[in-house]
Design a protein around this ligand. Structure first.
Ligand code: PEP
Length: 253
């Protein structure tokens, strides 16, 4: 019922040549499946969005931004609005990625404004949630994820939230090589789905795609995807290698 979804977060990597080359390799390698049996998206840095969108124009691979600002235009030096992203052909946007929460210092309130602006502007947000290692060790995983979901989606109706994909990304598993076990992932995803049912309704909870992110590699992708509540994968480091990303896409089907 929920189509698998694999998204690559390139973070602050690549250059013009590398981003186009990587896009083309992924498009060729996934041409049989992308858009049909699996949704595929890549999220390059802002500076390469346009060249990647052009390189992928004949493919079924969607393009997302890694961040967006909530104001539509004006004196916000350095920021990029939803209308600018729509204007160049972006479909998705990451909201609240753990590096933006914990390195840049974004709050749940700011992330909520960004997600709301993204939906209002016709973008599809991927709302990232996940606990720190200290929070997991203190038994606070559910409390943290619940807070991030409730605050991140605050004020948004079920209709608006139907545009949202959730990504569960435990901070201790991102870029560390330490993947959460399939059981830990299933528990967290099932908790998120139940939270969505409580906050909205069973239908929205059943239809919302929940991706896992955190050191996903070709070797662990299939086991993660085999969990009932795992609908896809948000891939950082491994999405920079076309062969690895393609292997993860195949594992997700
Ligand atoms: C990410 O950037 O969202 C991520 C999960 O990174 P990695 O796969 O490198 O852990």
């Amino acid at each position: 019922m929920r189509k698998p979804f694999v998204a690559g977060n390139w973070k602050m990597n690549t250059d013009t040549h590398a981003s186009v080359d990587l896009s083309k390799r992924i498009a060729i390698g996934s041409s049989e499946v992308a858009g049909h049996s699996v949704t595929v998206a890549v999220c390059p840095p802002f500076t390469y969005l346009q060249s990647v969108i052009k390189a992928l124009s004949a493919s079924h691979i969607a393009v997302g931004a890694q961040d967006v600002y909530f104001e539509s235009n004006g004196a916000f030096t350095g920021e990029i609005s939803t209308s600018m992203l729509k204007d160049i052909g972006c479909t998705y946007v990451l909201c609240g990625h753990s590096e933006r929460r914990h390195v840049i210092g974004e709050t749940d309130e700011l992330i909520n404004k960004k997600a709301a602006a993204a939906i209002a502007g016709g973008l599809l947000p991927i709302l990232c949630v996940g606990e720190l290692l200290t929070e997991r060790d203190a038994g606070q995983t559910e409390q943290v994820v619940s807070r991030q979901l409730k605050k991140g989606l605050s004020g948004l109706s079920a209709e608006k939230v139907s545009a949202v994909t959730i990504a569960y990304e435990p901070v201790w598993a991102i870029g560390t090589g330490r993947t959460a076990t399939p059981q830990q992932v299933q528990e967290a995803h099932n908790f998120i789905r139940k939270q969505l049912a409580q906050m909205y309704d069973d239908m929205l909870a059943e239809e919302t795609r929940i991706l896992y992110g955190g050191s996903v590699k070709p070797a662990n992708a299939e086991n993660l995807m085999n969990q009932d509540d795992v609908d896809g994968l948000l891939v950082g480091g491994a999405s920079l290698n076309a062969d690895d990303f393609l292997a993860i896409i195949r594992a997700a089907i």
